[in-house]
Ligand binder design. Structure first.
Ligand SMILES: [Zn+2]
Length: 328
């Protein structure tokens, strides 16, 4: 009997793990929060912990013949690590150093959005087309691009880090990566509260509302989720902020349209999936404003939060180039 697949999606906030059979059918899945302590090895250790719990009735780790990891970038595919991620408090997360000792298996490592793009192409929003882009708007912003049926990887496997495209040279927000003006520094879930505070104190300093006052006072912990909740309750500043985010997201998506000319753009990630109306619907007019190429179909991912996890399973069955870290 062929062994099972262990798939994991290591995001900035959540780790999702699944066990699948050799045909790619998901048998079990679970998720947990990314540990944010001192030791980065805790991240792959969480994958192991969930694997042990999920695989126990199939014979445990011995039943696994493929380990496929989709992780936030940037990745170092030669050592199998995440290096200086914008959305995790670690300098280096040694995924494969930890996992390779624990399984007698083939190991696959790819960017989480590249994995999600594979899922979209094979079973999601892009299954009827050759050109599909997956975009996540989550803790951070990332992308995966399949053009002419082929996944774009680049020299280090880090193609389509679209969250770090420059969308602003004026307000100068600093991204989690340390550089300024990046799309993610405005619209990524981790950055949104900082950008909201900036607008409340500067460009929109004449707007008065409960959220604007709280941001200016600076003694409240405001999350991206809070900002969306204030917008839904009709807070004037929150509504203006959501419109500003829509414009910047629209510019980012238009950049993707102009660079890659896809037939379908599928948008996922927790910020999107929890606020489809305020994120996807609102950015579309701005894509029309900024795109030169014909605007493609833009949809929330039909695969939900599992898009990268499903992609990791599919990549285990048919690994894209440069993704096999170690063969059995
Ligand atoms: Zn950046």
């Amino acid at each position: 009997m062929e062994g099972l697949i262990l798939a994991a999606d290591i995001g900035g906030t959540v780790i999702r793990v699944a066990i699948a059979d050799s045909q790619g059918r998901m048998l079990e899945k679970a998720s947990t929060l990314v540990p944010k302590g001192h030791d980065a090895r805790a991240v792959p250790m969480k994958v192991l912990e969930l694997c042990d719990a999920l695989s126990i009735k199939y014979g445990g780790r011995r039943s696994i013949s493929k380990v496929s990891i989709a992780a936030i970038g940037p990745l170092d595919i030669t050592t199998g690590a995440i290096v200086r991620p914008a959305n995790m408090p670690y300098d280096r997360v040694p995924i494969m150093e930890v996992l390779c000792d624990c399984f007698d298996a083939t190991f696959i490592l790819l960017n989480d959005c590249n994995a999600a793009a594979i899922a979209e192409k094979l079973v999601g929003a892009g299954k009827d087309v050759d050109d599909v882009v997956y975009i996540t708007v989550s803790s951070g912003i990332g992308g995966g691009v399949i053009l002419d049926g082929k996944l774009l990887l680049g020299k280090d496997g880090n193609a389509a880090e679209i969250g770090h495209m420059v969308v602003d040279m004026d307000m100068g927000m600093t991204c989690g990566c340390g550089k300024k003006g990046h799309w993610e520094a405005y619209c990524g879930g981790n950055s949104m509260p900082k950008f909201a505070k900036f607008l409340a104190e500067n460009k929109y300093s004449n707007v008065d509302s409960i959220l604007a006052r709280k941001l200016r006072e600076g003694k409240h912990i405001i999350s991206a989720k809070d900002v969306f909740n204030y917008a839904r309750s009709g807070d004037e500043f929150a509504l203006m902020f959501i419109d500003k985010i829509a414009e910047i997201n629209g510019a980012g998506v238009a950049n993707v349209v102009n660079a890659f000319d896809p037939s379908v753009i599928s948008i996922g990630g927790s910020v999107t999936l929890n606020n489809v109306d305020l994120v996807v619907d609102k950015l579309k007019p701005f894509v029309e404003r900024y795109a030169v190429n014909r605007v493609p179909k833009i949809v929330p991912t039909p695969l939900g939060h599992d898009a990268p996890l499903i992609g990791a399973i599919l990549a285990a069955i048919n690994p894209p180039p440069k993704s096999v870290f170690k063969s059995l």
